[in-house]
Design a protein around this ligand. Structure first.
Ligand code: HEM
Length: 535
């Protein structure tokens, strides 16, 4: 055998050695992953679409996660969760996760963070260590929690600037042609407009209008999403090896962002310090970076000069604020356009905003101010926004938690091994006929009818039957801002523009695409706009 091998040309020997090395490497990775680092399957929870007692997923089930996750989730809901039983599902690469039935929401919500933990679940899903290059912004996400503690206090005050920026951003991208319809790719256009408008709240003027900065923000967001998914699917043992390699180009974008963010941070720290000395007067802008500076000066002084970490905190914040909002605005416009003619949705929304916000020639100019009271009065806009998230949220499950210790057992006696990720399905609940009548249909004013029936649900109300923002203590605090934002966009776009689908769509909304378990407005989807003539 040896002499036979020695007689082969050198390049073939090299090839054999490479193949043998590759096989040995894969075997070692497999053994370490399977027997040492992998989280064990829970003993008594069945695996979706596998025979009773199966302890590993077949390739067929794993493949279904990539090719038809919507059906996989429906199976999990119909055959397990709706019956009150948990089930294990496959995830990216080697992952597996436990879905819990709605009856366990209450139990999950009262578990302390030392047992079921949100930031640790997020850090694992985002792979922040390798994508952001630091998991501090996720594990100790004080920059995000400021949205919870500070945002509501200043919401009305930031409204005027947010509305101003949304108007400018949409007008810049939608144009002012009153004669011709202009067709454009929806996702690309809306992402630029939302990056600008939300940056007004995050970094303020003038940076929120710098096209190069905004492009960098969007590049970072794309990188965080794509790399997070990719690294998350690697065997645990390979993540530290390949994670930094996969993240190289993302790190370059983050380094580029430092060009703007470090000087901005220094300037804002100086403003805050000057304000401290000059008690009573304040020159501080009202935006998120300033909230971060004020918090860090008091609570995290050790971070004030840690610019690497601060820049990553702002990047994490940009991701939270821009990515999901962009997708929801796209979905909302598509849904409004695609809704059945019987609802006359566009006209109904225009009439409502004219009545509440006044028209151009309205003598009462104060009406055009966005206040909480006016936002709350836009009940038709509230309903369309809520209905869009019911059917077309980006994430189709919610309330992720990581099991932090051994010995966590649900009230029904299911043991959840340490390291397991648990969550609840949302899309299958939102589209269950027993929960919502005509569940698969977009009924724009569905929630107005519910209000009339005495169920006071608004855009921001969460429940076990409505989970796009999660539920409980960790439910998305940004939803109060998104509430204002979506209504401002509906009012601005519909009052200033006519919109329609390109002719080839024949009036039908192109369906969203599921990429694994996430739902996106279809790639390349277009709409046509034309500026409305002033009366
Ligand atoms: C349509 C847009 C948005 C959607 C669908 C959305 C959805 C979510 C979801 C599902 C969660 C997890 C909730 C849970 O685990 O129970 C979350 C958390 C969070 N979101 Fe949003 N979000 C949106 C926009 C925003 C915006 C604009 C901001 C900031 C301005 C924001 C800030 C946050 C923060 C800080 C958390 C973490 C809360 C915590 O852990 O306590 N979100 N969001």
């Amino acid at each position: 055998m040896c002499s036979l091998l020695l007689r082969q040309p050198a390049y073939l020997l090299g090839l054999y050695a490479l193949i043998a090395g590759g096989v040995a490497f894969c075997a070692v990775v497999y053994i370490i992953e399977r027997f040492i680092v992998s989280i064990p399957y829970p003993d008594n929870i069945p695996l979706i679409r596998e025979a009773p007692g199966a302890r590993r997923f077949s390739l067929r089930t794993r493949w279904a996660y990539y090719t038809d996750c919507k059906a996989l989730f429906k199976d999990a809901w119909d055959n397990h969760l709706k019956q009150g039983k948990p089930v294990v599902i496959p995830g990216m690469g080697f992952r597996k996760e436990v879905l819990l039935p709605p009856s366990m929401i209450r139990w999950v919500l009262v578990q302390p963070a030392s047992r079921l933990n949100v930031p640790h679940a997020m850090a694992e899903m985002d792979q922040a260590k390798f994508t952001l290059g630091h998991d501090g912004p996720i594990l100790d996400s004080w920059q995000g929690l400021l949205v919870k503690t500070e945002l509501n206090r200043v919401l009305e005050a930031i409204c005027a600037s947010l509305n101003d920026e949304l108007g400018r951003a949409f007008d810049k991208h939608f144009g002012d042609d009153e004669e011709n319809w202009v067709e454009f790719r929806l996702r690309e256009t809306i992402s630029r407009a939302i990056a600008q408008a939300n940056s007004r709240f995050t970094v303020g003027l003038p940076l929120c209008r710098d096209p190069e900065y905004l492009k960098t923000v969007l590049d970072i967001n794309d990188g965080l999403l794509a790399n997070g998914g990719l690294i998350c699917g690697l065997p645990n043992v390979l993540q530290p090896l390949l994670g930094p390699l996969i993240g190289i180009s993302l790190q370059q974008h983050i380094s580029k962002a430092k060009r703007w963010l470090i000087p901005l941070w220094r300037e804002r720290v100086a403003i805050a310090r000057a304000d401290e000395k000059d008690e009573g007067s304040t020159n501080a802008p009202l935006d998120h970076v300033q909230m971060m500076v004020n918090f860090a000066l008091k609570e995290r002084p050790e971070e004030i000069n840690d610019h690497e970490l601060i820049v990553r905190r702002i990047c994490a914040q940009n991701f939270g604020a821009v990515h999901q909002t962009t997708l929801q605005v796209c979905n909302l416009l598509l849904d409004i356009l695609g809704s059945d003619v019987e609802y006359d949705t566009i006209n109904a929304l225009r009439k409502e905003s004219d009545a509440i916000l006044g028209t151009e020639d309205d003598s009462d100019r104060s009406k055009s101010q966005w206040t909480k009271a006016r936002v709350n009065s836009l009940i038709l806009a509230d309903s369309v926004s809520r209905e869009t998230l019911r059917l077309h949220a980006f994430a189709n499950r919610a309330m992720m938690r990581k099991v932090m210790v051994d010995g966590v057992t649900t009230p029904d006696g299911y043991n959840l091994p340490k390291g397991t990720l648990v969550s609840f399905l949302s899309y299958p609940v939102h589209t269950d006929e027993d929960v919502y009548a005509d569940a698969l249909k977009y009924v724009p004013f569905r929630f107005v009818e519910k209000r009339d029936e005495g169920a006071p649900v608004t855009f921001v109300t969460t429940s076990s039957e409505y989970l796009p923002f999660g539920h409980g203590k960790h439910a998305c605090p940004g939803r109060f801002l998104v509430d204002f934002e979506l209504k401002m966009i509906v009012a601005h776009v519909l009052r200033n523009y006519d919109i329609k689908f390109p002719a080839e769509y024949e009036g039908k909304r192109p369906p969203n695409e599921w990429i694994t378990e996430a739902s996106f407005p279809p790639n390349g989807v277009r709409i046509c706009v034309r500026k409305r003539k002033k009366a």
